[in-house]
Ligand binder design. Structure first.
Ligand SMILES: [Mg+2]
Length: 177
């Protein structure tokens, strides 16, 4: 059975919509997700890494119920992939305090998964066991070598990254894998 690893933030959960909203509240600005054109957030927003992280912590702590899914059918799509014979592994790097609410969020949206891997340290995702990884962050895909497959989930900050396998929604996985 092949394992399909799926990233959480910005692949299943549209976290950066809330991140932008929280940023706007703090800075009295009006940015949207599409203004996040690079993953180098400290440079794009002239912000300390600590504050960027603090916003992530805050939204998963206090506003997690407001975080929408990236697409309406994540329950159906993950269930279908499971029925097609894939083992679904949610692979997410995060701060430990957000773990409980992440599990609740996945339940709230009925996301199908066979396991849930929280990475607290800097171990590269590529060192985890999977056959296919879907992620929005180029850095997580760069070291994946055949026969394993890295699939980039389109987001405004990864548009310029040259990568052969891209999807705009998880349903497109059916044609790619
Ligand atoms: Mg992500």
């Amino acid at each position: 059975m092949k394992t399909l690893a799926i990233d959480l933030d910005s692949v299943l959960a549209d976290t950066m919509l809330l991140w932008a909203d929280e940023y706007n509240k703090r800075r009295n600005t009006n940015i949207g997700k599409n203004d996040i054109i690079s993953w180098e957030l400290p440079e794009v927003f002239n912000m300390a890494v600590e504050e960027i992280s603090e916003i992530f912590t805050h939204i998963w702590d206090r506003r997690w119920k407001e975080i929408p899914p990236t697409e309406p059918d994540i329950a159906k799509t993950t269930n279908l992939l499971h029925k097609r014979g894939y083992r679904i592994s949610i692979l997410t790097k995060r701060f430990r305090p957000s773990v409980v609410n992440v599990a609740k969020w996945l339940d709230l949206y009925n996301v199908y998964c066979d396991d849930l891997l929280f990475v607290y340290d800097d171990r590269p995702k590529g060192e985890y066991p999977f056959d296919i990884l879907v992620d929005d962050a180029p850095v997580n895909l760069m070291n994946i070598r055949r026969p394993r497959k890295g699939i980039l989930y389109n987001q405004p900050w990864n548009k310029d990254f040259v990568w052969p396998n891209r999807i705009s929604n998880l349903g497109q996985l059916n044609e790619l894998i």
